[in-house]
Design a protein around this ligand. Structure first.
Ligand SMILES: [Zn+2]
Length: 226
């Protein structure tokens, strides 16, 4: 955990702030917005062929988008538990459909080293750890496992179209050594699905069974529409 994230978390507590979802002054997430987020259904995301089965808590818009952005750009650590709780809903819904009862590994989609350094913490790794802990509290045999590593630094995905993203992601991830098993991918956002497809390819080639991906939000571009 970097010092920036610690300072940001401390600043929120000391000086107060605004709700990340509705922007009204108050706690980092007000009770009304917390309830609204909690009530969002976990739904399958329409994805292209090659992209693993994915469940999200809604479109990357409105309150969901504001909370994710606040976590990544400003309030950081204080919002990680909020995103992790949303992910638990996605994961539970996915497991209900796909899980065969084998020990489960939650594999975070890795962020670049530069992203982690700039943010001060590894968001997907922290979320995977929290989701695994929650699943264990419900007697599921689940643990977080950093089973993916970047093989080379892919270009920033922003501004790339669907085909460019797919090309950018090809062979960009590798699976770490580990006993093959049932894997659930964890990420904050699915955009075109190129990253999740690459993650599933790398893990599949290493012998793992990728059940699917639990994400917080899906951008409208996921299904290929502009
Ligand atoms: Zn609010």
């Amino acid at each position: 955990m970097g010092w920036r994230a610690v300072l940001a978390a401390g600043a929120d507590l000391a000086w107060g702030g605004a709700c990340a979802a509705c922007l009204r002054p108050g706690p980092v997430l007000c009770a009304g917005c917390a309830a609204a987020l909690h009530d969002r259904p976990a739904l399958a995301v329409p994805v292209r062929a090659g992209v693993p089965f994915t469940i999200a808590r809604g479109d990357y818009a409105d309150d969901l988008r504001r909370v994710i952005l606040a976590c990544k750009e400003r309030q950081g650590l204080t919002l990680v538990p909020v995103l992790a709780e949303l992910l638990v809903g996605s994961a539970a819904s996915l497991l209900e459909e796909r899980w065969d009862g084998r020990p489960l590994r939650l594999v975070p989609v890795p962020s670049s080293r530069a992203t982690v350094a700039g943010r001060g913490f590894d968001l997907t790794a922290m979320m995977a750890g929290r989701v695994a802990r929650t699943l264990r509290r419900h007697q599921l045999d689940a643990r977080a496992w950093p089973g993916l590593r970047p093989l080379r630094s892919a270009r920033d995905q922003a501004g790339l179209d669907v085909a460019q993203r797919a090309e950018n992601r090809r062979a960009s991830l590798g699976a770490r050594a580990g006993e093959p098993g049932a894997v659930l991918l964890v990420d904050d956002i699915i955009t075109t699905g190129a990253t999740l497809a690459e993650a599933a390819r790398a893990l599949g080639e290493a012998g793992h069974t990728v059940l699917g991906a639990a994400v917080v939000a899906a951008t409208p571009r996921t299904s290929g529409h502009p």
